[in-house]
Design a protein around this ligand. Structure first.
Ligand code: B1M
Length: 210
């Protein structure tokens, strides 16, 4: 088994202590931080995402994997060039105005970070104009909108309209998600993508970035 396979396995098996040990050992062996990140941690998180989609792993396990990955990335970060940290695009994510639910949105953000994107997580209750301002300021290529309430779903359309009015619509792909959101709704409001869970959201975002 290669160092990379071992790192992937410990991430999927949620063995954080062993994962961090393996990351340090790989560095001591002279393996580059970029390779450990891409071939070990990100590849492992891709497996976690697939398992989540297939319902072989569930939210608490995914959160644990994401946290372990975060600690692994923290070891590597000082050794990585900016381009290695963010190779798959820059995303702005938030929960739309009027909506305070953030557990799923944060999971999506973590999975996207784990997949190699730079993620600007704005938080909850975000006004359309603030999304627009942040997309412009961060030069984002992906805008991710989350809503958990049927009453705040229309705010996704208002946010997309604000992006169109700002002239930035051609610059960003827009992805929407959250428990009440469907593909049909996403199509209706003119979003580029819908994802039902954090694993598939990260996969879609990666596809946009490549
Ligand atoms: Co709220 N709440 N809540 N709540 N809450 C729901 C959503 C509800 C379904 C409960 C119910 O009635 N059965 C209901 C909505 C009903 C509806 O609109 N049809 C509801 C309600 C009514 C309310 C309040 C109005 C209650 C009240 O005050 N009367 C109020 C509204 C507050 C507000 O937002 N303005 C309210 C408040 C709260 C709390 C603050 C107490 C708390 C939120 C805490 C927090 O988020 N920090 C809360 C919670 C925890 C829930 C439930 C129980 C759990 C939500 C959750 O975190 N799920 C929820 C009932 C339920 O879902 N069982 C409920 C786990 C999370 C991992 O899943 O968020 O779906 P989820 O995220 C998934 C996917 O949806 C997807 O990926 C994630 C991971 O796989 N996803 C995306 C999410 N965003 C995505 C974005 C993407 C792609 C995928 O691309 C950009």
């Amino acid at each position: 088994m290669t160092e990379f396979n071992a790192i992937q396995d410990t991430l999927v098996n949620l063995d954080e202590a062993r994962l961090l040990q393996l990351v340090n050992e790989a560095l001591e062996k002279g393996i580059s931080a970029g390779d450990i990140l891409k071939k070990g941690l990100i590849a492992g998180m891709d497996i976690v995402g697939e398992k989540m989609e297939n319902e072989d792993m569930f939210i608490p396990e995914v959160l644990m994997a994401a946290q372990a990955m975060g600690k692994g990335v923290a070891i590597l970060k000082p050794l990585l060039g900016e381009e290695e940290i963010s190779t798959r695009g820059s995303a702005v994510i938030g929960t739309v105005k009027g909506d305070l639910h953030d557990i799923g949105k944060n999971l999506v953000a973590m999975m996207m970070e784990s997949a190699g994107l730079t993620v600007h997580n704005l938080g909850v209750d975000i006004e359309p104009e603030e999304f627009v301002r942040q997309v412009r300021e961060k030069n984002a290529t992906i805008l991710c909108l989350s809503a958990l309430l049927t009453t705040t779903m229309p705010m996704m359309k208002q946010t997309i309209d604000a992006v169109i009015e700002s002239g930035l619509r051609d610059q960003v792909k827009i992805m929407v998600g959250g428990a009440p959101v469907t593909q049909v709704f996403a199509d209706d409001i003119g979003a580029d993508a819908f994802a039902p869970d954090a694993g598939s959201a990260a996969k879609r975002a990666k596809a946009f970035g490549s």
